[in-house]
Design a binder for this molecule. Structure first.
Ligand SMILES: [Zn+2]
Length: 252
């Protein structure tokens, strides 16, 4: 029982049907949000997940399209009278800014606020961020405009794995994170500094020998799915698809 529930697929400019990129890792009682875009409360409700079920939030980097849903989410949890603790993971660059953002909202004075534990991660390859008997999360710095992490998720009971490039241009860290994974979710915002094209994502997937590739964080206004998939198939022999909002990626 492990899946990744895609809640948004757009690059920095969302459009109807394509919210900014964020997703949920579901594994037993654990529900881990990766980034918080738009109003995640609405997207989670559509996915049938109650806010109280969220146990952890991984914030990949402090760009508006990845973090601006976080204050709404924390406020929603508080208004629902949440009592269970929440874990927030990110590089120190990110967690310090999240704290500052919440201080601007004066959250220290929101009465009865539930416990939030910040886990500041070092900018080191393959940092073990979550280590539990059924799940491990590794993070590595990737190549974006500001300090940013890519992820490797290992689902130990079912012996499956997944990786997420996050926003990055091609770099060896993503190949390492994605080495032999069942699922690689890779950004395809386009060729250029700090980002990757679909073809570059495919080359990374081939190098890492990932079994399935899902393209995400693409320009939903411009992308031609058939053309992209055709171009990518010449580079990467595995299964490839464009991620879409509310797509469920089953791992077992
Ligand atoms: Zn970014």
């Amino acid at each position: 029982m492990a899946k990744i529930y895609v809640l948004g697929t757009a690059n920095a400019i969302p459009k109807e049907g394509h919210e900014n990129t964020h997703f949920l890792i579901q594994l037993g009682e654990r529900n881990i949000m990766v980034d918080c875009s738009g109003n995640p409360i609405v997207h989670l409700a559509k996915a049938g997940v109650d806010l109280d079920q969220i146990t952890d939030i991984v914030v990949t980097h402090f760009h508006p399209d990845h973090v601006t849903g976080l204050p709404l989410m924390l406020m929603g949890m508080w208004l629902q009278k949440r009592t269970r603790p929440l874990n927030i993971y990110g590089l120190e660059h990110t967690t310090e800014r999240v704290k500052t953002m919440m201080e601007l909202f004066d959250w220290k004075h929101w009465p009865g606020f539930f416990p939030v534990f910040f886990h500041s991660l070092p900018e080191q390859d393959m940092t073990l961020a979550i280590n539990s008997p059924d799940f491990r999360l590794f993070t590595s710095p990737v190549k974006h405009f500001i300090p940013t992490i890519g992820l490797r998720m290992e689902f130990l009971l079912i012996e499956k794995s997944a990786a997420y490039s996050c926003d990055t241009e091609p770099c060896p860290q993503v190949v390492e994170l994605a080495r032999g994974v069942d699922v690689l979710i890779h950004e395809a915002a386009g060729h250029g500094t700090g980002h990757s094209s679909a073809e570059q994502a495919a080359a990374i997937a081939r190098q890492a020998q990932a079994r399935r590739l899902y393209l995400i964080h693409y320009d939903s206004a411009k992308i031609d799915p058939d053309q992209v998939l055709q171009e990518v198939k010449n580079i990467y022999p595995g299964k490839v698809a464009l991620a879409t909002d509310f797509m469920k990626i089953e791992l077992d």
